[in-house]
Write a protein that binds this ligand. Structure first.
Ligand code: ATP
Length: 589
């Protein structure tokens, strides 16, 4: 445990102050009740021994016994109250799990695209599920784990205190194993931490495999790769099994050692304690109480190192969660300094914008300049891998330029509230991701109280109505994970409808060649201008017929703008543009 972990736990607790204080109170209450019993019985036995030895009168003796019974009744009532203690702890474990999942999910959503390239989906799922839940992970540790340790600590202190008070020599015998246990723990703890970390990574890998298999099931089946994936999964499972077994082995070994150390200490105590009773140095009541306190000590003494062990495991999980939080978020500017977009977007301007992906040597967008005014449509063309999608990603704030600036209405995009901007953008990515809900849920995704008239107009505009009607449940048809039950073109048209439902000011269409033929595309633009007037649009397309609807064209190659202007001007005056169009035309024939 280091400072970082302690601070983390205190921060979590401070959000549940009332319950943490209640737990402290209940821990003390339940421990006091538990440790009170042997003392009361010691008194009972001592009283009986005295009554016999001193031949005390019947009434007087019975009065003493009644008094002890009354004390037992009071302790019993308190015990009833403290019976709720484990339930309260369990409830708080769940509550911590709930809060942590919510918070770290929120952190994930605040990250930019690089975050999702850096962490794999299965890994993130593991961190938010397995890492948090159940014994011995965070949710359990920061409540039950720590309070059980606290409970054990109080029991050990009280029992040892009582034992010292009754007979110090006997107590010394009982504490001999303690240093041995501590040494054992330190010797093994680093190995345990490392193995547990490997185990969590192996669980992440399994979830990655599952995610990859289910999301790529079409490819797997069409390439007849089921056996290969079975092997991948088998290997991942085997790795998890191995690391899990290592953790179990270390745990079992430690537990066994602790148990036996304690067992032999117990035999020693009976021998030595029995000897002291025979010698008359201690009473039978004291011997009984001593033995009971010692047996009460065994569980906490075994439990305490075990809790340290699970603490080590929980810290691995805390570190994994913090790694998510510490990954740079998309905007360094603090929320309060961000500018909201209040007016309609009049211009968008790229000034010497360059961008490089984390794992690449050279920029994929290189000093790009252009300006688009409200209502204009711009077509970005270029060979595969030229950087067209990346330019659109930069515009929608998915990536941040490494050089140059992007201005929206003369305000640097860096200072803008990105959520505000995205609210005004309807984005149709090259590979539209649909969710596993109904068609209707997908189209109205992200819109609160969707306008249903507009919804039906948009379905007509993207020309998908007839195809939706072919499904028995029409737009209430569930479309399976990632739109598995739809064709590529249908998915893209649903994604266009989803973008339009936001009533965007800017429409971004990243290569919709597959979804609409030339005739349908013409109809789409007609309908869009009827519904929304002149939308500002950024279009990436491999179909030259798109040139008919646009005001400007950009030809990109290797991230650089090769040509920029009106198609009519470029086709007559720009040699590289002419060549591109010529070859492209030949190719597309
Ligand atoms: P296409 O027409 O094939 O869709 P494009 O012009 O849209 O291509 P981009 O998708 O912007 O091109 O990619 C530009 C370059 O950046 C390519 O060389 C590509 O390999 C690279 N690239 C794209 N995404 C990533 C990524 N996440 N990490 C690293 N490199 C990337």
């Amino acid at each position: 445990m280091n400072n970082k972990h302690v601070k983390w736990i205190i921060r979590e607790w401070s959000e549940h102050q009332f319950f943490v204080i209640l737990l402290v109170f209940m821990t003390i209450l339940s421990t006091s009740v538990a440790v009170a019993y042997p003392f009361i019985f010691k008194n009972l036995l001592d009283t009986l021994q005295k009554v016999i030895a001193e031949n005390t009168a019947y009434n007087e003796a019975m009065e003493k016994i009644y008094r002890i019974c009354w004390i037992l009744v009071i302790v019993g009532v308190v015990k009833l109250i403290s019976a709720f203690y484990p339930a309260l702890r369990a409830m708080m474990n769940l509550s911590f799990e709930y809060v942590l999942r919510k918070r770290y999910f929120q952190y994930m959503l605040e990250k930019d695209f690089n975050f999702f390239l850096h962490f794999r989906t299965g890994d993130l799922v593991t961190r938010l599920t397995n890492d948090i839940q159940d014994f011995p992970r965070i949710g359990w540790f920061i409540c039950s784990g720590i309070f059980r340790a606290f409970d054990s600590f109080i029991k050990i202190s009280f029992c040892l205190g009582m034992m010292f008070f009754m007979n110090w020599k006997l107590t010394m015998m009982a504490v001999i194993p303690l240093p041995l246990m501590i040494v054992m723990f330190y010797v093994t703890s680093e190995r345990l931490y490392k193995n547990f970390q490997k185990n969590q990574e192996a669980i992440s890998e399994i979830n990655n495999q599952l995610e990859m298999t289910f999301s790529g099931i079409r490819i797997i089946k069409s390439f007849v790769c089921e056996d290969k994936y079975k092997r991948f999964f088998h290997d991942a499972l085997e790795n998890r099994f191995k690391t899990e077994m290592k953790v179990v082995k270390i745990n079992t070994f430690l537990h066994l050692i602790y148990e036996y150390i304690d067992y032999f200490a117990m035999i020693g105590i009976i021998l030595f304690g029995g000897y002291l009773v025979v010698k008359g140095e201690i009473s039978i009541g004291t011997f009984y109480a001593f033995y009971t306190y010692l047996s009460m000590l065994i569980y906490p003494i075994l439990d305490l190192p075990q809790l340290f062990i699970s603490g080590k495991q929980a810290f691995v999980c805390i570190d994994r969660l913090e790694e998510i939080k510490d990954y740079p978020a998309q905007h360094k500017t603090s929320e309060s300094d961000l500018v909201s977009i209040t007016n309609p977007i009049e211009h968008i301007r790229f000034e010497h914008v360059s961008f490089i992906y984390e794992n690449r040597k050279t920029p994929v967008v290189n000093s790009v300049n252009f300006q688009v005014d409200k209502g204009q449509k711009i077509l970005i063309v270029g060979p595969a891998g030229a950087g067209k999608s990346t330019v659109l990603g930069l515009l929608s704030g998915l990536y941040k330029p490494i050089e140059g600036n992007i201005y929206i209405n003369d305000e640097n995009i860096e200072h803008l509230n990105i959520d505000d901007l995205r609210q005004r953008i309807g984005f149709v990515p090259q590979e539209p991701s649909l969710f596993s809900g109904t068609i209707k849920e997908n189209i109205t995704f992200g819109v609160e109280n969707p306008d249903m008239d507009l919804y039906y107009q948009i379905i007509e505009a993207v020309q998908i109505k007839d195809e939706i009607d072919q499904f028995t449940d029409k737009d209430l048809t569930k479309i399976g994970q990632k739109g598995l039950s739809l064709s590529g073109g249908q998915k893209q048209r649903i994604a266009i409808a989803r973008a339009l439902m936001k009533k965007p000011e800017i429409l971004i269409l990243d290569d919709i060649t597959a979804s609409l033929d030339a005739q349908k595309e013409e109809l789409l633009w007609e309908q869009i201008s009827k519904l929304f007037g002149d939308l500002t649009a950024f279009i990436v397309s491999h179909r030259l017929s798109s040139l008919r609807y646009v005001d400007q064209v950009i030809l990109l190659d290797s991230g650089k703008v090769i040509a920029h202007g009106r198609h009519e001007d470029l086709i007559t005056g720009h040699q590289k543009y002419q060549e591109f169009i010529f070859y492209h035309h030949l190719y597309s024939k």
